[in-house]
Design a protein. Sequence first.
Length: 279
Amino acid sequence: MSAFKRLLIKNLSIPEEKEKFLPQGFQRIGTIVILNLKDPVLEYRKQIAEFVLKQFPYVKSVYVRSGKIHTEFKKPDIKWVAGEKNPVTEHKENGCLFRLDVTKLMFAKGNLRERGRVAKLAKEGETVTDMFAGIGYFSIPVAKHSKAKTIYAIEKNPTAFSFLKTNIKLNRVEKKVIPLLGDNRKVKIKEKADRILMGYFPSTRKFLQHAFDFLKNSGTIHYHDVFHKNELWEKPIQILKQEAMKKGYALKKTTYKHKVKSYAPRTYHIVIDAVFEKQ
């Protein structure tokens, strides 16, 4: 049992038979806390939220997530419970600032390590294209922590794109990050990239062919997707080879393979760093 859950049991009047349903922890984004509450304890959300505000002085607002994600833009189902009724906050991660509205946009804590890892991979003078930029989750750390020359940050969601532009200014990377509003399957960029970021899932594979339209004759694609345990690692590598072949490229090697986090029972969000060459 986590320390947070013990605190809830000790300080709140929750029926003993429902204590097992209390959360083990919470997600903190800036000054906002987001709770995942199961149905048996949902009626106690106000009591739990008020306790969080009292226990943790840095928290200004508490929201509850239902667990549902809406549309391709991944809009979370989050509702205010206690504290300030302001869903916009600034979150600091890997030395970068991200402003966002937690009721409209996701910020996955499970991707923290991956965002930090990718930020340091781009070599001096490289051009990077981020096909799913969001609010700058990957583009901004790459701009701040690598010597990449230019990062093209493509985003389809107008809300996310607005925060992307704000975050580019907040982090003072206007000279390196070029934001582009639109569907990456339709966006045209004259300058080819050394490195392609595909930090979107599931169903990333349907965008994979378009990644090669942005790639130089030789380069790396950071491919994220979701696969069942029994499909690793043969299935994703097979997909990479097949999609590359359709565009006249060949998979030369994979330099990194990792299970980023659990997505569903025996199913994982994975990432593969794959190097391709034009044939």
